[in-house]
Ligand binder design. Structure first.
Ligand code: SAH
Ligand code: SF4
Length: 365
């Protein structure tokens, strides 16, 4: 089998059948060969460098009800919060001082005019407070073209909107079937983001109940067909106060979800060598060395959490979220150390734009 694997891996693009075969690799040697290839491709293209994005979890208020998510609007047990402008600016200034180069602002999804204006105001205030030296990624859900445009004009550069799964049927098993949770609307939102000039990021959850390796192969092909600039994907992790919790008995064991999560990173790096790929926090939840392992499979972005510690525990998308009590400076020191130890360099004071985006714009112009 190893020879067959090596032969398939010598290609730079893979068919659906080949991807399924690669995703079916056994734990141990077969998996290691694929992960090693992911690292080789990363070393040869973007290089063994890691970019930091300071993550600000702006608010856990959410108008949606995704069945998998701990902060879904219907979860009455969550104490809701929204960070003050001062708290956001403190986090942004910390990222700026530390040389992170970039921020991610993530929130539950809301569509009100007030919410749109709030984000717009924050974008402008952050740029002003940090001498326009940070790039900003938003992860604030599905919005109108108008809202995306205003946010882009106010200084957002990138946008992360996971499709969650490209299997339409599975999508409707993990979301309520209503207008607020519509597969086609989510797909169209990715098009809108692209039209508005964002670096567009998407992603999926790995190891959802009922998800197959063929679904994951389709997800990889989807990223390619959409010519996506960046991907954040990670294992699905159950949350006790969600409708999907009872399905936990059907899940692949956590170690398997983790291993397949790494395989997905490596295979994506091979298919799309220039894109940015995040080593997700969910990887770290399932394995204390998850982030490093993600980087060694081909990821090149990590997102240290800058949310004030008191609010972090209120933003639990899934159980056992890591670093709930660590302040940002502590996790940054650790991060520097561990990333150096695995032979990678943190690229400080750099925007870390998706090289795929830069190349695609050159071609489109
Ligand atoms: N509200 C925005 C951004 C916050 S949620 C949005 O939904 O786009 C960000 C991501 O967290 C989601 O896209 C989803 O993929 C991930 N997520 C939510 N619940 C999760 C869970 N239980 N396990 C793993 N990832 C989860
Ligand atoms: Fe809200 Fe995003 Fe969670 Fe869905 S995944 S419930 S949109 S925060």
């Amino acid at each position: 089998m190893n020879d067959a694997l090596t032969q398939i891996l010598s290609k730079t693009a893979h068919s659906r059948e080949e991807l399924i075969q690669l995703l079916s690799a056994e734990p141990g040697n077969e998996t290691d060969i694929i992960l090693q290839k992911g690292l080789e491709v990363k070393a040869a293209y973007p290089g063994r460098k890691v970019y930091l994005r300071g993550l600000i979890e702006l608010s856990n208020r959410c108008a949606k009800n995704c069945f998998y998510c701990g902060i879904r609007g219907g979860n009455r047990k969550v104490e809701r919060y929204t960070l003050s402008d001062r708290e956001v600016l403190n986090a942004a200034e910390f990222a700026w001082r530390e040389g992170f180069g970039s921020l991610v602002i993530q929130t539950g999804e809301r569509k009100s005019k007030a919410f749109g204006l709030h984000i717009e105001r924050l974008l402008k205030a952050i740029h002003q407070a940090t001498n326009h030296e940070l790039t900003i990624t938003l992860s604030c859900g599905e919005q109108s073209a108008e809202t995306y445009r205003r946010w882009r004009q106010a200084g957002a550069h990138r946008y992360l909107l996971r499709i969650e799964t490209t299997n339409r049927e599975l999508f409707y098993q993990i979301h309520p079937r209503d207008r607020k949770h519509d597969f086609d609307t989510r797909l169209q939102a990715l098009d809108l983001l692209r039209q508005e000039g964002y670096q567009v990021g998407t992603g999926v959850m790995i190891g959802l109940p009922g998800q197959t390796l063929a679904d994951l192969a389709d997800d990889l092909l989807f990223f390619k067909s959409q010519d996506i600039d960046m991907v954040g994907m990670g294992p699905y992790i159950e949350h006790a106060d969600t409708p999907m919790y009872p399905l936990r008995l059907q899940l692949w064991p956590a170690a398997e979800r983790f291993r397949v999560g790494l395989l997905m990173i490596a295979l994506l790096r091979i298919q799309m060598p220039w894109i940015n790929i995040a080593a997700s926090t969910a990887l770290e939840t399932l394995d204390p060395l998850g982030r490093q392992k993600g980087i060694l499979a081909g990821a090149n972005v990590v997102m240290p959490n800058l949310t004030p510690v008191v609010d972090r525990k209120k933003y639990q998308l899934y159980d056992n979220k890591p670093n709930l009590d660590k302040d940002a400076s502590l996790s940054t020191v650790t991060l520097n150390k561990v990333i150096g130890e695995i032979g990678e360099t943190i690229n400080l004071h750099q925007a870390g734009d998706s090289l795929h985006f830069i190349r695609r714009n050159r071609i489109e112009k």
